[in-house]
Ligand binder design. Structure first.
Ligand code: GRF
Length: 321
């Protein structure tokens, strides 16, 4: 259960503990305060007492957990969490159907046409200063999450679309949780014709970020977004790149070769796997005792640190409108 929560909320073990403590203390504080308030007046009959008690709980609970979240350092999480709950209760009348409809759209491989999602898209489009970015990913999406977090309150960059080639990929859950439109692409349509380019244009996407996207980007897409597609690779290119070099395979190859250092490469995407012009590299040491997993963790930390900032710089410097 804890593992499921960690995944769902995209937090580590320590954060999960602090979040659960906040819930527990916030809950107790709510009950205590509501009973104290009710103690100030004699309320009869009993059923009226219960109704007022429940009403008080609903009002006090969000305030209590929000206040408690500060000393536990979890205010960011609870701001989002409470906003989500508020949206669910007070959002537009179409809102409650949003996630179901959104996932239906994802499953059918088409765009989110759900009114609530489209409404969000419209609001975003109207923010004229925003550059719209699409993230393409096939896996868990830890980089996607960091990028979303980084640009959450940005006035210039909006993560407007998550594209994945893999049904059930973690990154699609992230999109759902974050209320970002998502698209599950089909191989045939991706590699033949311009259907998805038209869709990207229709959604005003001006920059594409690959974050663990395992399909090769077809030439027509590269042409359409010339100089505006970047990728991150979990090693120091030009070594340990190319077809089939992804995930643990890369790190194992680095360890097998007894390299003293590895790192990340952020680069433009061209027609060849892991080949385009390098934008940034950052290094980390490879220790004797490192395994593919421990090295992956170091590399991931570097990715999370650098990728969002590099995207921001590039998008600001480029004419991405
Ligand atoms: C990252 O290591 C990235 O370098 C590579 O794919 C991985 C994606 O990881 N291209 P995540 O899904 O973002 O956690």
């Amino acid at each position: 259960m804890f593992d499921r929560l960690k995944k769902k909320w995209n937090v580590n073990g320590l954060q999960l503990t602090l979040i659960l403590c906040t819930f527990a203390i916030g809950g107790s504080l709510t009950g205590y305060t509501a009973r104290k308030i009710l103690g100030l007046a004699e309320i009869e009959p009993r059923w009226l007492w219960i109704i007022i008690y429940i009403l008080l709980l609903t009002i006090i609970w969000p305030i209590a957990v929000y206040l408690i979240s500060f000393p536990f350092g979890q205010s960011r999480f609870f701001t989002r969490y409470l906003k989500k709950i508020a949206k669910r209760f007070f959002g537009s009348r179409n809102h409650s159907t949003e996630s179901t409809a959104a996932s239906d759209e994802v499953n059918s491989g088409s765009w989110n046409k759900n009114p609530a999602v489209s409404q969000n898209l419209e609001i975003a489009k109207n923010a004229q200063n925003h550059r719209f970015i699409a993230i393409f990913a096939s896996g868990t999406g830890s980089n996607a999450q960091k990028i979303i977090d980084f640009f959450r309150i940005s006035k210039t960059v909006k993560i407007a679309l998550i594209v994945s080639n893999k049904a059930g990929a973690g990154v699609l859950n992230i999109a759902k949780n974050e209320n970002i439109p998502s698209l599950l692409i089909e191989k045939d349509r991706f590699f033949h014709g311009d259907a998805y380019i038209d869709e990207l244009n229709r959604h005003n996407i001006s920059f594409i970020v690959l974050a663990g996207f395992l399909w090769k980007v077809p030439p027509n897409l590269i042409m359409a977004f010339k100089g505006k597609i970047i990728n991150i690779h979990p090693a120091l290119l030009p070594s340990y790149g190319g077809k089939g070099m992804y995930g643990a395979r890369v790190h194992q190859a680095v360890i097998d070769a007894r390299e003293k250092e590895s790192g990340i490469t952020i680069h433009y995407v061209d027609e060849i796997y892991d080949h385009g012009k390098i934008i940034l590299q950052a290094n980390c040491p490879v220790e004797e005792e490192d395994t593919a997993d421990s090295l992956a963790a170091k590399v991931h930390a570097l990715e999370h640190l650098h990728y969002p900032a590099v995207i921001e710089k590039l998008v600001k410097n480029k004419n991405c409108s």
